[in-house]
Ligand binder design. Structure first.
Ligand code: TYD
Length: 138
């Protein structure tokens, strides 16, 4: 399958010196789409599961800029994988139409999400059985 249709990890430039670290993310370079929106998730308890949806039009890059969390990605062809978000200089690219769940948040987790679109609830699929109806695409 085309890499565009799979999630993958991205490592950002990390300019460290004795003063600390500085991570650089530029539109059109590390992010494989035109950034339109950022949002971030914090204060979620360890036993909370977030996400549980697919997006028809949006691509994302998710980065735990503080703390850690896990990300389960399911594909319409039946595959799935789990990413551990444990470093502030790595992100996970998420293509359109994957089912995603974020869980196992550390107490200090700040999960930064960069999106290719402005927010539109109509492009969210929030029921798994409805997402599975798109199996024919693959
Ligand atoms: P939701 O998609 O349920 O969050 P998560 O993916 O972390 O589980 O979003 C929570 C609420 O915030 C929901 O009412 C939709 C709203 N929201 C916006 O208004 N704009 C946004 O950019 C996002 C991501 C969510």
């Amino acid at each position: 399958m085309d890499k565009k249709n799979r999630a993958y990890m991205i490592e950002f430039s990390n300019k460290g010196d004795k003063r600390g670290q500085l991570v650089i993310i530029e539109n059109g370079k590390e992010i494989p789409f035109n950034m339109q929106r950022i949002f971030y998730i914090y204060g979620s308890d360890k036993d909370v599961v977030r996400g549980c949806h697919a997006n028809k039009d949006s691509e994302f890059v998710l980065i735990n800029v503080s703390g850690s969390s896990k990300l389960k990605v399911e594909y319409l062809d039946g595959d799935s994988e789990i990413f551990s978000l444990i470093r502030p200089y790595t992100g996970v690219y998420l293509p359109k139409m994957v089912w995603k769940e974020m869980f196992d948040f550390s107490f200090d987790s700040v999960l930064l999400c960069i999106a290719s679109t402005k927010y539109d609830e109509n492009e969210y699929i929030r029921e798994k059985h409805k997402w599975k109806e798109y199996e024919f695409l693959y």
